[in-house]
Design a protein around this ligand. Structure first.
Ligand SMILES: Nc1ncnc2c1ncn2[C@@H]1O[C@H](COP(=O)(O)OP(=O)(O)OP(=O)(O)O)[C@@H](O)[C@H]1O
Ligand SMILES: [Mg+2]
Length: 378
């Protein structure tokens, strides 16, 4: 499994126990189908993560996030820099930066086990065998001083009882599967001898070495040029189809989401503000933040010389976050003090379409009332 820059094994410390804005996106063209009736392969409920920043105090980076990854589907997670996408992803397999990062609440259900609570030994088994990870910068996941073949074979040996020759054979097979030309020659290459796109293919091959059910991809193509990006996304799509993989795809790029995701979660300042099946989200974005993200996407058929829309300001630092509607200061819409201090309810406004219903930023009538517990799905 590729390592993160700050991988660590520490245990978690948990407490016991509208007007439809039609967008120009056509979605699901390539996303393929998934079984929406089946139980999600991964269900995150009310996840909170904090960092102990020393003098700066303990700051909450992820605040009550809930996500579902459909079995055989692709959950696209989108949001600006600093919205908590990577911290959420790292929490799933307990790879938060240590010693500062800690899951402070919530559940992470994966195939009947709560990953936030399983013993570390069990988590290690799941990490390599069931959940693969691909990060933005392939060089951080590869060891620059070892040949690609050795790194792949090591990943194979970590999860399979087999001899060195069989591991090398499997490494070769994996390189071919991820579309590396002349794979036998590449086995003996060092990472720096490969292009960025090839390196990312190697990282994907390592992630696939254990034949995972779930692949978590955190900005897997951001460091690559657009042509290579398209090739890597094609590869992920093909692998998903062939292996029935479920995928979490984290990206800044709504275009990538539109082309690849079956479901979308929009994150802002440590929370999910909206989530829905992709076609529904693009056809009927309800939260002002989702709409702003959509408006900020450059359009080829836009009126020439019209300035590109961009969202004013930036995601506030963790120390400045308030409990209420976090998008309020950037929304250009007047909020009352009460709306800034009370967390908006999380409401299912259409089947599987959830929104953080700030009366100003998401003024939609609830089609179905919030469930009695008030937190289901959050
Ligand atoms: N080790 C850390 N110590 C303190 N704060 C951290 C640490 N790592 C992340 N954070 C904070 O957590 C918040 C969420 O960060 P995260 O990396 O998840 O954002 P992101 O959505 O992945 O952004 P990007 O799109 O830039 O990758 C940010 O405010 C970030 O500064
Ligand atoms: Mg990130």
């Amino acid at each position: 499994m590729p390592a993160t820059a700050a991988a660590d094994d520490s245990a978690t410390a948990l407490p016991a126990g509208t007007s439809a804005a039609q967008s120009s996106f056509s979605t699901g063209v390539h996303a393929g189908s998934h079984d929406s009736a089946a139980a999600p392969i991964l269900s995150i409920r009310d996840l909170s993560v904090a960092f102990d920043t020393g003098e700066g105090g303990v700051l909450t980076a992820v605040d009550g996030v809930s996500l579902d990854v459909p079995r055989g589907g692709v959950l696209g997670v989108v949001g600006e820099s600093g919205s908590g996408k990577s911290v959420t992803a790292l929490s799933i397999t307990r790879l938060l930066p240590q010693p500062s990062g800690r899951v402070t609440g919530g559940e992470i259900w994966f195939e009947g086990e709560d990953l936030a609570r399983v013993p570390l030994e069990r988590l290690r088994e799941i990490r390599g065998n069931r959940i693969g990870m691909v990060f933005q910068e392939p060089m951080t996941a590869l060891n620059p001083s070892h040949r690609v073949g050795r790194q792949l074979a090591e990943a194979v040996l970590l999860h399979r009882r087999c001899g060195a020759a069989a591991a090398r054979e499997r490494a070769l097979e994996l390189l071919a599967q991820v579309g590396i030309p002349a794979p036998a020659e590449r086995l003996d290459a060092y990472p720096h001898q490969l292009s960025g796109g090839m390196r990312q293919r190697v990282v994907i091959a390592i992630a696939l070495a254990c034949d995972p059910d779930l692949l978590i991809c955190d900005e897997p193509t951001t460091a690559l040029d657009v042509t290579i990006q398209a090739q890597i996304l094609d590869l992920l799509r093909e692998l998903r189809r062939r292996r029935n993989l479920s995928v979490v795809l984290i990206t800044h790029d709504l275009g990538v989401i539109a082309e690849n995701a079956t479901d979308v979660a929009v994150m802002y300042a440590g929370r999910v503000v909206e989530r829905a099946p992709a076609p529904e989200l693009f056809a009927r974005p309800l939260h002002a933040y989702t709409r702003a993200l959509l408006r900020a996407v450059p359009k080829l058929d836009g009126v020439p010389k019209t300035p590109l829309f961009s969202i004013e300001g930036r995601v506030p630092p963790l120390s400045e976050l308030r409990a209420g509607c976090r998008f309020a200061p950037r929304s250009g819409l007047a909020h009352t003090e009460a709306q800034l201090v009370a967390r908006p309810p999380w409401v299912e406004v259409a089947p599987a379409h959830w929104v953080e219903q700030c009366p100003v930023c998401a003024p939609v009538p609830a089609i179905s009332p919030a469930p009695p517990a008030g937190r289901r799905g959050r």
